[in-house]
Design a protein around this ligand. Structure first.
Ligand SMILES: NC(=O)C1=CN([C@@H]2O[C@H](COP(=O)(O)OP(=O)(O)OC[C@H]3O[C@@H](n4cnc5c(N)ncnc54)[C@H](O)[C@@H]3O)[C@@H](O)[C@H]2O)C=CC1
Ligand SMILES: O=C(O)CCC(=O)C(=O)O
Length: 378
């Protein structure tokens, strides 16, 4: 159900549906998929990184459901075991070639050793392929009761720098420094993407979440770039708000519906934390929230959650977040019919009965039984 609203000079389409659904959203003009299916088979090839911990279990679920739904995709499995070159973390050439060739990937969670060993492979992938925007929608799920039943939040996180730049050093024993790098170029490309995304999904407002009262230069630059961009003719009909992160966190917890007409955009770490909060509020679990890492040409889709080592190998993981990430991927590729079909089946399965739900949603289902129920509902 859509309603039209006249806002200023522009006509926007505002979705009234507040429950989880990413059905065939219009794609922003930046980062569009340009891959082509194979001539002989009519199928697209997608690079697949299964990931660590629960990764192989939830990846199996996605593969089984895609096969049952006859999605015209061939998976190309990629090994991203870390390789250290001159102290820098890289991934094997074959994986880089596969992703550069296919222009699209789906990945399970990758674990990062704490305080030693290789650098985060998640960050390495984002940097290697210049995936500058991380889109994280968080919506209530019909039939599954949480504190609020009308959460519909969209957050876009800067994905390549900020606190995740990896520039750290020991100044002197007992004194360390981590650099939060913010550049005009990276700020501009993610904020421009956020404006385009808001236009594409029919939201009239972009909110920059920051702390420029304290991080005056870095967050200050991020906010100023947003103000400059908003003056462009293309974006003048999108309202721009700026909010301090502590204020946003309080407001989201008190009344998430306040932000149902907005797209948040923020520097890397704020986006990481705020999006987990959004997941908790919308779903009561990390097991439901999908995401897209978008670059100019290449995009990689992944669940927001990590490798969940506490439940790995126990057939307890909820594959929904990876499944919904794969739905975002299908919409990105223009395979809307398949995306809608899988999304409907997943949501129907969760709504039907608590018996269908995995433990994180208070149910008793296993990864396998949930997958079978989704296949029955296709
Ligand atoms: N994008 C990625 O690949 C990410 C990777 N990580 C990595 O994951 C590892 C573990 O990180 P944590 O902080 O423990 O976060 P986590 O997201 O793996 O787990 C947090 C809690 O959520 C639960 N959970 C997560 N996903 C679930 C699912 N699909 N079904 C049911 N329950 C689920 C876990 O059991 C755990 O109790 C670390 O090595 C971290 O570096 C963390 C975040 C993102
Ligand atoms: O790579 C990691 O260990 C964590 C990355 C992360 O926090 C994220 O994907 O949001």
């Amino acid at each position: 159900m859509l309603r039209q609203a006249m806002l200023g000079r522009a006509r926007y389409t505002i979705p009234t549906k507040r429950f989880l659904s990413m059905q065939a959203p219009r794609q922003p003009s930046i980062g569009r998929f340009t891959g082509k299916p194979d001539h002989a088979t009519g199928k697209y090839t997608v690079s697949f990184i299964e990931g660590d911990g629960i990764g192989p279990e939830i990846s199996r679920s996605v593969k089984d459901i895609f096969q049952a739904a006859s999605v015209p995709i061939t998976w190309e499995t990629c090994d991203v075991s870390p390789i250290l070159v001159d102290g820098l973390t890289t991934i094997p050439d074959e994986a880089v070639k596969s992703i550069n060739k296919n222009l699209v990937g789906l990945k399970g969670p990758l674990a990062t050793p704490i305080g030693k060993g290789h650098r985060s492979l998640n960050l390495t992938l984002r940097k290697t392929f210049n995936l500058f925007a991380n889109v994280r929608p968080a919506k209530s799920v019909r039939g599954f009761k949480t504190t609020y039943d009308n959460v519909d939040l969209v957050l876009i996180r800067e994905n390549t720098e900020g606190e995740y730049s990896g520039i750290e050093h020991v100044v002197t024993p007992g004194v360390v420094q981590s650099i939060k790098l913010i550049t005009r170029d990276a700020s501009e490309r993610v904020i421009r993407y956020a404006f385009e995304y808001a236009k594409a999904i029919g939201r009239p407002k972009v909110i920059v979440v920051h702390k420029s009262t304290i991080q005056r230069l870095s967050d200050g630059l991020f906010v100023n770039v947003a103000k400059e961009l908003q003056k462009e003719k293309n974006f003048q009909n999108i309202e721009l708000d700026t909010e301090l992160i502590d204020n946003t966190v309080l407001n989201v917890v008190m009344n998430p519906s306040k932000y149902s007409d907005a797209v948040f955009v923020c520097p890397n770490l704020y986006g990481d934390i705020l999006s987990d909060l959004n997941s908790g509020l919308s779903a009561g679990s990390l097991g439901l929230t999908p995401s897209a890492n978008i670059g100019d040409k290449i995009s990689i889709f992944e669940a927001v959650h990590g490798s969940a080592p506490d439940i790995a190998g126990q057939n307890k993981a909820n594959p929904t977040a990876l499944l919904l990430s794969s739905v975002m991927m299908l919409h990105h590729m223009g395979l809307n019919e398949y995306g809608d079909k899988i999304e409907n089946a997943v949501l129907k399965t969760i709504a039907a009965s608590s018996k269908n739900r995995t433990g994180d949603l208070g149910g008793t289902a296993t990864t396998t039984s949930f997958t079978e129920a989704v296949i029955d509902n296709l």
